[in-house]
Design a protein around this ligand. Structure first.
Ligand code: NAD
Ligand code: SER
Length: 315
């Protein structure tokens, strides 16, 4: 069997840190190379190799892939929904060209697998709000959503046309305590924990009744690894799989936190991110992922809240 050598691009980000550490446990520290444009995240230091890399520089990326004998790439570098609306051109360039660079190199170097995440942001106001299905009307209104939807079809194209084994998940909003979030509309659900512990109050940039699909990071890492380890014949979706964990509103997560911190209070001051949130579904139907490769989530809102508070307090 071929020994896998993995390159994680965007390894210092919210998902990258935890995914790199999880992959190192499975494949061995030396076989998972972390890379990013920014400095190595403190949590990665000493746990394995790190290279400074800009995914937009295709030549340098190609050199690294050859030099390090890379067999798999996990591409996590992207600009997320809220930051993307501030600079749509930059978001489109990075989210599209970064992916095309990786797919091209994967084809040329015959990499065994590529992972690239999509998002619930592909859905728009015309998609069903409740239990949004795998296949439905998809008319995103953010540049981030447009780039993810186009990216899904590039993945599908490279798989069908060139046989690149590229796999993808439409992550919901991800909640974690290890590394900071990178500018998404769902980031309030992380900020709220920090503010609850530090200030006992939080001003939310979404209104109280805004339900969004969310997932705790351990479930997202589990989904990613399970998808990547599934036999190719089980992967029927070559655009990107819906996956789901929980759905809640700011009012509901605040009430859950109040069970642990009774004097915590929340106020609401919606900004431009409310419009983005309003365009997304409130919950996701992930039955295709469940039946294709056996996906199931573990964390609901109470369990996630307890774990977040416990770990942030220890930090
Ligand atoms: P993040 O912003 O926390 O991390 C992205 C990392 O990419 C950063 O460390 C950044 O420095 C790096 N990067 C940016 N430009 C780069 C470049 N040119 N070359 C190399 N590295 C570069 O993002 P994240 O939350 O970890 O998201 C990772 C992926 O998951 C993205 O594709 C994102 O769209 C997707 N996703 C995230 C969420 C979420 O809630 N976090 C939800 C859905 C999808
Ligand atoms: N959490 C992400 C965002 O809000 C969803 O892709 O941008």
């Amino acid at each position: 069997m071929q020994k896998e050598k993995i390159l994680v691009i965007g390894a210092s980000g919210q998902i990258g840190v935890e995914l790199t550490l999880a992959l190192r446990k499975i494949y061995g520290n030396a076989n998972v190379i972390a890379s990013d444009m920014r400095e190595e995240n403190d949590l990665l230091k000493g746990s394995g190799p790190y290279v400074s890399l800009d995914v937009m520089n295709k030549e340098m990326l190609h050199v690294q892939v050859i030099r390090q004998n890379i067999t798999q790439i996990y591409l996590l570098a992207a600009i997320l929904s809220a930051t993307g609306e501030k600079n749509p051109g930059l978001a489109w360039n990075l989210n599209m060209q970064g992916l095309l660079n990786v797919l091209d190199i994967a084809r040329e170097e015959k990499l065994t697998k590529v992972y690239w995440p999509s998002s619930i942001a592909v859905f728009g106001p015309t998609s069903p709000k409740e239990n949004c299905p795998q296949q439905t009307i998809i008319e995103p209104i953010t540049v981030y959503g447009i780039s993810k939807y186009a990216g899904e079809f590039w993945c599908n194209y490279f798989h069908n046309r060139f046989g690149v084994d590229v796999r993808s998940l439409r992550y919901p909003g991800l909640i974690s305590y290890k590394s900071a979030p990178g500018g998404g509309t769902t980031d309030y659900a992380i900020e709220i924990f920090h503010e609850a512990l530090e200030e006992k109050k939080y001003e939310c940039f979404l209104n109280e009744g805004t339900y969004l699909p969310m997932m705790y990071m351990p479930d997202a890492i589990k989904a990613t690894i399970e998808l990547m380890e599934a036999p190719a014949e089980k992967i029927s979706v070559r655009t990107s799989y819906n996956i789901s964990g929980m759905s809640f509103s700011p009012k509901e997560i605040a009430a859950e936190i109040q069970k642990h911190i009774p004097d915590f209070t929340i106020t609401y001051k919606p900004d431009y991110r409310q419009n983005i949130a309003n365009s997304w579904p409130q919950s996701i139907d992930d039955s295709t992922a469940r039946s294709d490769w056996g996906w199931s989530h573990e964390y609901d809102l109470p369990r996630m809240t307890e774990d977040m508070l416990k770990n942030l307090q220890q930090q």
